[in-house]
Design a protein. Sequence first.
Length: 67
Amino acid sequence: MHLANFDPTNVFGPRTIETFRFADGTVLSYDQLVQRGFDLTGTDGNDSITGTNAGDCITALSGDDIL
């Protein structure tokens, strides 16, 4: 999913979407979804991975990574 104007340094800041409705009937507010954090996964190469101000899970894999 891509959200235009999404600011990863301030995920709880201003937003254009308030509610997410999924095919299985689940409905989450923006805050509920973002509070789950993000799964960020690098590659086997040299990556620079920047997390957000939410609870993220960063998996760097191999390479000379900068987190």
